[in-house]
Structures are given as C-alpha cells and as structure tokens.
Design a protein around this ligand. Structure first.
Ligand code: R5P
Length: 315
C-alpha cells in the first residue's frame, strides 16, 4: 500500500496515528434510499460513489449487489423503518466489503435505529441497541458515524462510534426564516440541552415542556406549566426524532392553548410513521423541517457538509 499521509485520528475520540491513502482511494457505498446523501458526501470528500443494488422479495428478505469497491469503504445507510430490513441490508453490505478484502470499513448511519431501546424499561426487556452494537462489532464494522444519537447510554455500547450534531445546521436554516419573536421549545426535559444549544446559535429564548410517556400504552401527556408569557410568539419545537408524532402533537396542543403565534417543528430524524405528518399539521403545526438523515418531503437540510467534515478528520 502506498501511504500518502499520516493523520491523527480525532474521529474515533482518541489519538492513534492512522495510515491513510488519499480520499480518492475511498469508495462511498450508497445504501438503498441513501443515494442523495451518499452522493453529496462522496462529492464533498472527493471519493468515488458506488451504488448498492437491492431487491426485496415478497417475503421481506433483501438481496444486495455491490459494484467493485476500493480498499477503503464508507457505507451510507440509515436504519429507519423498516428498521430490521435496513439493518440487515447494512450488515450485508459490510459483509460484502469484508469478503472483497476491504481493509478499512466505516459506516455512516445518520439515523441509528434502536437507540431508544437503550435500557430495560420493564423487567425482561432486551437492551436492543446493545445487540445492534454487538452485531456491528462482530461483522467487522468498527468505525461508525451517526447524527444526533438519542442518548449517551445508547452510545456507550459501541467501542468506536462518533456522534455529530445537526443543531448548527438546523439553526442556520431557522435563521433564514421570517419569524416573530421566536422561541425554541423542547417537547421534553430530555431534549432541553438541544433546544438550549439551538437557541444560543440564534440568540433567542428557549423553554422546555415536561412530558411523560406511559411505558405500556405509549400514551404521551405534556404539562402546560410554563412560567413565561409566550403568547403571539412564533414557536420552534425542536426534537431529535419524530416517530408517531405523539410528542409533537401534545406539545402543539399545549402551545396553542398558550396562544403562541405560528408553530414550526424542526428535527434531525423525521420518521413520520403512517399519517404522522398529517396529524401534526392538523394539530396546528405550520411546517415540519428535518435533515435528510431519512429522506422524505420534509428533509430540507442536507447533512453532508457536517458528515464530510467529520470524515475528513478521519481519513
Ligand atoms: C423521546 O424521548 C424522543 O426525543 C422523541 O420525542 C420521541 O421519540 C418522539 O416519538 P413520537 O413522535 O412517537 O412521540
């Protein structure tokens, strides 16, 4: 191998000298549904793009075909719903790279599924994200880059997982919106730091609502107890994931009862299961804006600049 440069590997969070070839000797593999993001990443870092061909059979099984890849590979694939299908496809792509003798495999998994199952909430529950981490480790997928991971605890199961934040990009987008005395709002205490960081970028106020979820029924209740007057101010609800939309709908109902102005929703990962988007809009939300970690009509913010930056510090 002709080594062109040495680099301190900051991406892994610890300092090791990494022997790396030029970025043009890397293949970025676009997983099914990840074409746009993978293409942008490849362009950004100056690497070649390789497409993964997929066939999903009527029984739900996937078949994956990869073109010829270089000695270093970056696989791009979110594990959004259907989560198990996308997870299996990712493992299949990794296996093909390993079988083809790829020396260094990274996975960019912008939305990493199962991170909300980071502990046994009820007796007998499997800690699913721990299993996902073991699967990646065992197949040889050691370097993982994700975006806005749901919890630090989920992160702790991985040996080398690098998490980047989309907050700066979300704030940059919001700064171009025409808003009246905007306020950033977290739908729950767990997301308070995210809303705070977002608000700091924009130099606006932030508050956090308080949410409780029934672990058996999944039902969400949100408290309207806020000690400042937010009437007629435009509200930006910030969350990491929107799945069923339940959290955002409850938060919007509270905000409407407090007579806020327009309500906008911004998130990293818009899963929007079933008719969640429609229900959110019916709850009084003007617009849903998300990153392109999961492609949809709402993924208006391209993550590739942040991802490319993180990758460049590794290669
Ligand atoms: C919860 O802690 C998360 O940050 C999100 O608020 C939650 O996962 C959203 O799920 P849903 O849209 O189903 O309420």
């Amino acid at each position: 191998m002709e080594v062109s440069r040495f680099r301190v590997n900051r991406y892994l969070g610890y300092s090791v000298f990494y022997l790396c070839e030029t970025l043009s000797e890397i293949s970025v593999v676009a997983g099914p549904e990840a074409f746009d993001l993978a293409n942008n990443i490849a362009k950004n870092i100056g690497a070649e793009l390789v497409l993964a061909g997929v066939r999903v059979f009527s029984d739900g099984e996937s078949s994956i075909r990869l073109g010829k890849v270089k000695k270093n590979c970056i696989i791009v694939q979110s594990t959004n719903p259907p989560t198990d299908t996308h997870l299996m496809q990712l493992l299949m792509m990794a296996k093909k790279c390993i079988d083809d003798g790829v020396q260094d495999i990274s996975a960019v998994i912008p939305y990493l599924g199962y991170t909300r199952q980071d502990r046994a909430f009820q007796e007998g529950e499997v800690v699913s994200i721990e299993l996902v981490a073991e699967l990646f480790q065992n197949i040889g997928l050691k370097h993982i880059l994700t975006v806005d991971i749901h919890s630090q605890l989920a992160m702790s199961y991985f040996t080398s997982l690098h998490n980047i934040s989309s907050v700066r990009l979300l704030a940059e987008y919001a700064s171009k919106m025409k808003l009246r005395k905007p306020i950033a709002i977290s739908p729950d205490a767990g997301g308070a730091n995210r809303a705070k960081e977002f608000a700091q970028h924009l130099n606006i106020d932030f508050i956090s609502l308080s949410k409780a979820r029934n672990r058996v029924t999944g039902e969400v209740t949100t408290d309207a107890d806020i000690d400042i007057d937010i009437s007629r101010r435009d509200a930006i609800l910030i969350d990491d994931i929107i799945s069923s939309g339940g959290s955002i709908i409850k938060a919007s109902e509270v905000l409407r009862s407090l007579e806020v102005g327009d309500i906008y929703v911004m998130c990293a990962h818009a899963l929007l299961i079933g008719n969640a988007a429609q229900k959110i809009k019916s709850a009084g939300v003007n617009e849903i804006i998300s990153t392109n970690s999961v492609p949809s009509n709402y993924s208006k913010i391209d993550l590739s600049p942040e991802i490319a930056l993180a990758l460049k510090s590794r290669y």
